[in-house]
Design a protein around this ligand. Structure first.
Ligand code: AGP
Length: 609
C-alpha cells in the first residue's frame, strides 16, 4: 500500500514529513518523495529507494519550510522508478496519492491530445494536469480540485499543494483511508494513525467524498460533490495509542513484538467489561430489544478475522444458544443472504477498512439488518458505518500477519457470547462467575505458552525447507488449524492447508507421504481420542507429526515432535493453541529470509476488492 502524509503549521515541515513517512514503512514501499514550498515555489525530491536514500538527495542544510506533502509508493501503475515516484507535479500543482484511478487511461489520452506532457507511467499524474487545466480555464483552485477528483473513478486518498496557495493544503478521501491530525497551530494528514502518533492523539477520520482544506490556523471540511460544509471539530476522536506502540521496541520484527504483547492485549480487551459483560452489549450500542429478540447472527470477515469469526460461532452457540452463520465477507453478498427479523450482522475487522468486509456490512445494512462491528481502529470506516461498535484493545497492529488483533477479536467474541448468554438466561450467574475467572487466567496462560519460543525456534530449523504442511484441528480448534496454515502461507510463502481432522479420510489423507509435516492440535478435550486416531493415520503413512497438546503423556510414541501448552477450558483453548503456530510460522519465515513484517504481495489492510 502507498502512504501519504502532509503537514502545515509552525514546525519544520520537512522533518515532520520524513519522520511520518518512516512510520508508514511497515506498509511496504519501493520509492519515496516529498514536496515542499519555499520562497521560489514548489520543490520536489523523490527517489526509487528507501527514505534514508531520499534524505541523501535533500539540500543541506534543510530549508526551513512550514508546509509540505510526502509519499511512500508501492507500485501499482508504472514500475518502481524515480519518475513514477510521487509527488507528481504539473502547472504548479503537486499531488500525492494512495489508491487506483480506474479511468486514468481515457483521461490521460484526453490530456495528451490537449498537449499535456507526462513524465511518468502512473495513473496519479493525470490529477495535477487536470487541476492545472481547470485553473487555466479560470476556475478557482477548489473548483478545479473538486471537478478533477469528482471525475475520477476508483479509490483514492489524495494530498494536494499549490504554488499559488502557499499556506494551504488539500486532503481528499474516496475509498482509501485518510486521517487528519490536530496539533497546536498545526495540522497533519496521513494514510494511517501511526504516522502521526508523535504529533497528535486527536484525529478526524475523513469519510468518502470528503475534502479537507488545511491551513496553519484551521480546517474546513466539505463534501467533494455537493460542496456542502461538514462539521470538523465536532468529529474529533481521541486515540489513546502512544508512539512506542507503533515501534519495534527492541524486537527484530513487529510481528514478534505483537505475538509477545498478547498477554497484555487480551487483558486490556478483557478488563473493560469482565466485571459486567452485559455492559459490553449496552456500551457497544446494542439495544436490549436487539439482544433479547435476537434469532440469528451472521458474521462476516476476511482472513484471520474470518477464523476468529468461526471461533465466535462455537462460543456464541455454546454460551448464548443463538444460531450463527459465518461467511467470508467476499462471498456474502453473492449468496443473496436471507435476513429475517431478529438478525444481527457482525463484521470482524482489525483495520475497519477491508473493502470486502465493508461491502458485506453495507449489503446487510441495506437489507435491513442491525449491524455490529468488532474492530481495532477507532474512527475507521467500519466503526463509523455500523450501528454498534465493539472495539478491541490490541493497539496498532503493524505486522501484516495478524496476531494480537486475532486474539483480541477472540477475547471480544468470548465476552460477547458470555454477555449474550447471561442476558438470554442461558448462562447462570454462577457459571458466568466461574467462566470469567477462567478467562482472566488466559493472559497468564498465554505467557506460559510463549515460554516455548526457543523450543519452537529449534523445531523450525528442521522444517523450514518443507514444501507443504497440513494443519489438523477439531471443534473450536479447527479454525486454529486454518489460522496456523494462513500464518505460514503469508509470511513463509509455504503451501499449507488447515483441515477439520475428521475430513482426513474424505481426501486429504492422500496427501500424506514420507516426511510431510502435519501439525496436529490435540488438547486433552472431548475430541482427544479422535485426534489420536488422526495421529496414528498420519504416522502410518510416514507423515511427520508435530503435536500441540496440554497432555503429552497421553500421546502415543508415534509423534515426532510435541509442543506442550497449558491446559485451559475447552472454549478458551484457541487463545493458547494459536501461540505455538504463530511462533512456528514466524521462525520458519525468518529462517527462510522472508520479510516477516511486509510479506510479498500483501498489504496490512486490503482496501480494494
Ligand atoms: C491475517 O494475518 C492477514 N493479514 C489477513 O488475512 C487479514 O486478517 C485480513 O485481510 C482481514 O483484515 P481486517 O481484519 O483488517 O479486516
Amino acid at each position: 500500500m502507498c502512504g501519504i502524509v502532509g503537514y502545515i503549521g509552525k514546525d519544520d515541515a520537512i522533518t515532520v514529513l520524513l519522520d511520518s513517512l518512516k512510520r508508514l514503512e511497515y506498509r511496504g514501499y519501493d520509492s519515496a518523495g516529498i514536496a515542499y514550498r519555499n520562497g521560489k515555489g514548489i520543490e520536489i525530491f523523490k527517489i526509487k529507494g528507501k527514505i534514508d536514500e531520499l534524505q541523501q538527495i535533500l539540500p543541506t542544510p534543510l530549508p526551513s519550510v512550514n508546509v509540505g506533502i510526502g509519499h511512500t509508493r508501492w507500485a501499482t501503475h508504472g514500475a518502481p522508478s524515480t519518475e513514477n515516484s510521487h509527488p507528481h507535479c504539473a502547472g504548479g500543482i503537486a499531488v500525492v496519492h494512495n489508491g487506483i484511478i480506474e479511468n486514468f487511461r481515457s483521461l490521460k489520452m484526453q490530456l495528451l491530445a490537449e498537449g499535456c506532457e507526462f513524465s511518468s507511467d502512473t495513473d496519479t499524474e493525470v490529477i495535477p494536469h487536470m487541476i492545472s487545466r481547470g485553473l487555466t480555464q479560470g476556475k478557482s483552485l477548489k473548483d478545479a480540485i473538486t471537478e478533477t477528483l469528482s471525475g475520477l473513478r476508483g479509490t483514492f486518498a489524495v494530498g494536494i499543494m499549490s504554488e499559488t496557495h502557499p499556506s494551504t493544503l488539500f486532503a481528499v478521501r474516496k475509498g482509501s483511508p485518510l486521517v487528519i491530525g490536530i496539533g497546536t497551530e498545526e495540522f497533519f494528514f496521513a494514510s494511517d494513525i501511526p504516522a502521526l502518533l508523535p504529533y497528535s492523539q486527536e484525529f478526524v477520520f475523513l469519510e468518502d467524498d470528503q475534502m479537507c482544506t488545511l491551513t496553519a490556523t484551521g480546517v474546513e471540511l466539505e463534501c467533494l460533490k455537493t460542496r456542502q460544509p461538514s462539521l470538523f471539530y465536532e468529529r474529533i476522536m481521541k486515540v489513546d495509542w502512544t508512539p512506542a506502540m507503533a515501534e519495534k521496541e527492541g524486537y527484530d520484527h513487529f510481528m514478534l513484538k505483537e505475538i509477545y504483547e498478547q498477554p497484555r492485549t487480551v487483558a486490556d480487551t478483557c478488563v473493560e467489561w469482565i466485571k459486567d459483560p452485559q455492559r459490553l452489549l449496552d456500551e457497544s450500542g446494542l439495544t436490549m430489544d436487539i439482544t433479547v429478540g435476537l434469532r440469528r447472527l451472521q458474521i462476516v470477515a476476511c482472513g484471520s478475522s474470518y477464523h476468529a469469526a468461526l471461533i465466535g460461532r462455537y462460543l456464541i452457540e455454546r454460551l448464548a444458544r443463538v444460531f450463527v452463520d459465518v461467511d467470508l465477507a467476499s462471498e456474502y453478498r453473492y449468496r443473496h443472504p436471507i435476513i429475517e427479523k431478529g438478525t444481527l450482522i457482525i463484521s470482524i475487522t482489525q483495520s475497519g477498512e477491508t473493502a470486502d468486509t465493508l461491502a458485506a456490512q453495507r449489503e446487510a445494512k441495506h437489507r435491513g439488518a442491525a449491524t455490529l462491528t468488532i474492530c481495532n481502529v477507532v474512527g475507521s470506516t467500519s466503526s463509523r458505518e455500523a450501528d454498534s461498535v465493539l472495539y478491541t484493545r490490541a493497539g496498532p497492529e503493524i505486522g501484516v500477519a495478524s496476531t494480537k488483533a486475532f486474539t483480541a477479536q477472540i477475547t471480544a467474541l468470548t465476552l460477547f457470547a458470555l454477555a449474550l448468554g447471561i442476558r438470554r438466561g442461558k448462562v447462570t450467574l454462577k457459571e458466568a462467575t466461574n467462566f470469567k475467572s477462567l478467562l482472566m487466567e488466559i493472559p497468564g496462560m498465554i505467557q506460559e505458552a510463549l515460554k516455548k519460543d526457543a523450543e519452537i525456534r529449534d523445531l523450525a530449523k528442521g522444517l523450514s525447507q518443507a514444501k507443504d504442511y497440513l494443519y489438523l484441528g477439531r471443534g473450536i480448534n479447527y479454525p486454529i488449524s486454518l489460522e496456523g496454515a494462513l500464518k505460514l502461507k503469508e509470511i513463509a510463502y509455504i503451501h499449507a492447508e488447515g483441515y477439520a481432522a475428521g475430513e482426513m479420510k474424505h481426501g486429504p489423507i492422500a496427501l500424506v507421504d514420507e516426511g510431510l509435516p502435519v501439525v496436529v492440535l490435540a488438547p486433552k478435550d472431548e475430541l482427544f481420542e479422535k485426534m489420536s486416531s488422526n495421529i496414528e493415520e498420519v504416522n502410518a503413512r510416514g507423515g511427520r507429526v508435530i503435536c500441540i497438546t496440554d497432555e503429552p503423556g497421553s500421546l502415543s510414541r508415534n509423534v515426532d515432535n510435541v509442543i506442550q501448552i497449558p491446559r485451559v477450558h475447552y472454549l478458551l483453548s484457541p487463545f493458547i493453541s494459536v501461540i505455538p503456530l504463530q511462533l512456528l510460522a514466524y521462525h520458519v519465515a525468518v529462517l527462510r529470509g522472508c520479510n516477516v513484517d511486509q510479506p510479498r504481495n500483501l498489504a496490512k489492510s486490503v482496501t480494494v476488492e
